[in-house]
Design a protein around this ligand. Structure first.
Ligand SMILES: [Zn+2]
Length: 177
């Protein structure tokens, strides 16, 4: 076995390790597609860069690991953490995960998020904050939302609803590749 065989084998091992962590069929087909398009070595580089987005805030990685959500590649579950600095909110940390890995907040809040964002991690953390602020009759303050992928086209336009409806200044933190 020469050096290039050895490194090709190391790439395959690493790709399999990433594949084994995945919990959604969409993520598995995403990996298959990107390996086909870029070739194994570049695909691995790309997937490792995507996964590194979960290190933007240590809590994002912690949640992915402790809840077995796998590598943070495109098409995998999304994790969001929201920290609120709002007078009257005494437990100011909210956690949201997309899809079947968490629950959608229904009825108790009036935040306008459209049809899709309430199922997404970002919509879920903001729904929880809006629910608490509505219950306590609060307005104002600031909040920071950390998310392990850039907000999608459904979430991005509706996340400012928390500012429009509750007067909360929102900062969104995520890593780009
Ligand atoms: Zn979204």
């Amino acid at each position: 076995m020469d050096g290039s065989d050895a490194s090709a084998m190391a790439v395959d091992i690493r790709l399999n390790e990433i594949r084994d962590t995945l919990v959604l069929p969409d993520s598995v087909s995403y990996v298959r597609g990107i390996v086909r398009t870029l070739g194994p070595a570049d695909a691995l580089r790309r997937l490792l860069a995507e996964d590194a987005r979960a290190d933007h805030d240590p809590r994002l990685r912690y949640l992915r690991l402790t809840r077995s959500l796998g590598a943070d590649i495109n098409g995998s579950p999304t994790v969001a953490v929201l920290e609120a600095d709002v007078v009257g909110i005494l437990l100011p940390l909210y956690i949201g995960i997309s899809g079947r890995f968490d629950q959608t907040v229904k009825e108790e809040h009036d935040l306008r998020l459209g049809a899709v964002a309430p199922e997404h991690a970002e919509g879920r953390v903001l729904s929880q904050l809006a629910r608490d602020m509505k219950a306590l009759g609060l307005r104002g303050g600031t909040t920071t939302l950390w998310v392990d992928k850039p907000p999608c086209r459904y979430c991005a336009p509706v996340l400012p609803s928390i500012t429009k409806q509750y007067d909360v200044t929102l900062t969104i933190e995520f890593a780009l590749i």
